[in-house]
Design a binder for this molecule. Structure first.
Ligand code: NI
Length: 172
């Protein structure tokens, strides 16, 4: 299985590249992303979180039983409101913070076969889409907090994941 990258890994701060070739490797990568997401009980996962330099993320909010994969996504419209929600992230385990975002988004993207789609999302789906799309632009949710709150989140992450971080350092 692909390995997770965690907060502090510089790859998570990188803007990743669009997918240009839509072949069977894209479909395979999407399956692998779902596999890692499920193993970690996540509701979304972006390719850079497993070290892959591609603009792809997957989402399963378990609201409508539908699994969605977004390739080269573009958020083309958002509602004017800004609503709070407590977010977490598989790359920042143990840390949960209230983040404000628009409640509704319209997003264009490609499917695995290269076909273009546009959907409008609200509720948890809109929230997860915005969180995962941030990953493609090198942003963790904690970067949407004030500097002080972000530093506090990083401290909490390090404190709660000492064992995990020790293991990563031991194995390079
Ligand atoms: Ni995340």
């Amino acid at each position: 299985m692909l390995s997770m990258l965690y907060c502090g890994n510089p790859f998570l701060n990188k803007t990743v590249d669009p997918v240009t070739v839509f072949d069977s490797s894209v479909e395979k990568l999407i399956e692998e992303l779902f596999e890692v997401m499920d193993a970690n009980n996540g509701v979304g996962l972006a390719a850079p979180q497993v070290g892959i330099n591609k603009r792809i993320f997957v989402v399963d909010t378990r609201q409508n039983g539908e699994r969605l994969a977004f390739i080269n996504p573009e958020i083309i419209a958002t509602s004017d409101d800004s609503v709070p929600y407590e977010e977490g992230c598989l790359s920042v385990p143990g840390v949960f913070r209230t983040i404000y975002r628009p409640s509704t988004v319209e997003i264009s993207y490609k499917k695995h076969n290269g076909k273009s789609e546009i959907i409008r999302a609200s509720g948890l789906l809109a929230r997860v889409i915005q969180h995962e799309n941030d990953h493609l632009n090198g942003r963790l949710f904690i970067s949407r907090l004030s500097d002080e709150e972000m530093q506090d989140s990083v401290r909490e992450f390090r404190k709660k994941n000492k064992h995990l971080l020790k293991k990563i350092n031991a194995h390079g």
